[in-house]
Design a protein around this ligand. Structure first.
Ligand SMILES: [Zn+2]
Length: 186
């Protein structure tokens, strides 16, 4: 059985990334997660939709090669939601899922606490300071003095409440003088 689906080479280029084509789905929920983990967030391609915590659940009927994916957008009315929905649908179809259904769930609302450890690391490496976890032990003051993703200093100042996207704020490090984005806790 080697019915490997082939995607056009530039498939992911449309999303500004160079992700490889997904593997042919083996029919398990576990593998669905692996496939979904290969889909980058359209706004921050360094992090996958799974690690951003947008993908909440997957259900499948392996016999019928059907699957349902439940997603929660980062905020209600997020303009990227439709693009994300279509992206998941296209990738799953390319992986051999016959009838992918993508369900939108808006309650409970998405929170930055759903970003995985892998996702937080990916943000950091991309030069975006990950949000402090609301449930964590960080002193509240550090929420407004996020660490510089380059040198780790907390000697930082906010330049603008909004960065490249509304979910980020623009900060500058007073140690290394570099500006950086801070993913605001939500
Ligand atoms: Zn710095």
């Amino acid at each position: 059985m080697s019915a490997q689906a082939s995607l056009p080479r530039d498939f992911f280029a449309a999303f500004g990334t160079t992700e490889p084509a997904p593997e042919w789905w083996d029919g398990s929920e576990e593998h669905l997660w692996v496939i979904l983990r290969g889909i980058p967030d359209p706004e921050i391609p360094a992090i996958s939709l799974v690690d951003l915590g947008i993908v909440r659940e997957v259900h499948c009927e392996s016999g019928a090669r059907a699957a349902t994916v439940v997603i929660t957008p980062t905020y209600a009315g997020c303009p990227a939601t439709e693009a994300i929905r279509q992206q998941i649908q296209r990738v799953l179809e390319a992986a051999g899922v016959t009838s992918p259904a993508i369900e939108l769930r808006i309650s409970p609302p998405w929170t930055t606490d759903w970003i995985t450890a892998t996702g937080r690391e990916a943000l950091q490496q991309f030069g975006i300071t990950p949000p402090c976890t609301i449930a964590g032990n960080l002193p509240r003051a550090l929420q407004f003095r996020p660490a510089c993703p380059r040198c780790g200093s907390h000697q930082t100042e906010q330049i603008s409440a909004f960065g490249a996207t509304p979910c980020k704020a623009l900060h500058r490090c007073q140690q290394c003088r570099e500006p950086f984005d801070y993913f605001k806790p939500l």
